[in-house]
Design a protein around this ligand. Structure first.
Ligand SMILES: [Cu+2]
Length: 193
C-alpha cells in the first residue's frame, strides 16, 4: 500500500433515495476483483464499546481474522452475541470495565446484539481488502492508495435493499489522482428484534 506513483484514491458520496447523506456505509475496493493476499491492517481500533446501552461504533470495519475487543463502559451488564454465519459468538454477562475479545474469521458481516437490551444493534463488516472505508455524517468515504487498474467497488450498508445489503458500482478502473463517485442507495427500515 502507498508510495506508488501508480496509485489513486476513490471518494464515494453515499446518498439515500431521498437525497440525504448516508453515514455508516462501507466502501470496499478490490483491485482486479480479487481479495488481498497480504496482511491487512487498518488504522482504527478493532473495538466495539458498549456505552449508554448502545454499541459504539454502530458499524466497524475489520479484516478477516481480526481480534475485536468489546469493552463494557456501562454500569449495567451486557450479554453480547452474533448469530451471523461464520462469525458466531456469545459473550455471557459481563460488567463494567470488563473487556472481552472475539476473533472474527469469516469475510462478511457479524450482526451483533445484546440479550439483555433488545435496542442494542451493531454491525461488524469483515473484509478481505485493505482498501475499505466507512462513510461519515456527510455520506463521504475515501479510500486511498489504491493500485491503478481495474477494480470492483462495492457499497455495503446494514439496511441497504439488495443481495447481501450490497451494491456494486460501475466504476471499473482507478487512474492516478482522485476519482469521485456519487451513489444512491435504497434503505429499508431498520429491523427490530
Ligand atoms: Cu446490553
Amino acid at each position: 500500500m502507498g508510495g506508488s506513483a501508480f496509485a489513486g484514491s476513490l471518494t464515494v458520496t453515499v446518498r439515500g433515495a431521498d437525497g440525504k447523506p448516508v453515514p455508516d456505509s462501507v466502501v470496499t475496493v478490490h483491485p482486479g476483483g480479487q481479495p488481498s493476499r497480504g496482511p491487512i491492517k487498518f488504522p482504527w481500533p478493532y473495538r466495539v464499546a458498549q456505552q449508554n446501552i448502545q454499541f459504539s461504533p454502530f458499524v466497524l470495519i475489520v479484516p478477516a481474522g481480526a481480534e475485536v475487543a468489546f469493552p463494557n463502559l456501562d454500569k449495567v451488564r451486557h450479554h453480547v452475541y452474533s448469530f451471523s454465519a461464520g462469525n458466531k459468538f456469545e459473550l455471557k454477562l459481563y460488567g463494567r470495565e470488563e473487556n472481552r475479545t472475539v476473533k472474527l474469521p469469516a469475510v462478511g458481516v457479524a450482526a451483533i446484539g445484546c440479550n439483555i437490551h433488545d435496542q442494542m444493534v451493531g454491525f461488524i463488516k469483515v473484509v478481505d481488502t485493505p482498501y475499505a472505508a466507512k462513510s461519515d455524517d456527510a455520506g463521504v468515504a475515501s479510500v486511498r492508495d489504491i493500485p491503478s487498474g481495474p477494480v470492483v467497488v462495492r457499497i455495503w450498508h446494514p439496511y441497504l435493499r439488495g443481495m447481501k445489503n450490497e451494491k456494486t458500482l460501475t466504476t471499473t478502473a482507478i487512474g492516478g489522482g482522485d476519482s469521485r463517485e456519487t451513489v444512491s442507495i435504497e434503505l429499508r427500515a431498520p429491523a427490530h428484534h
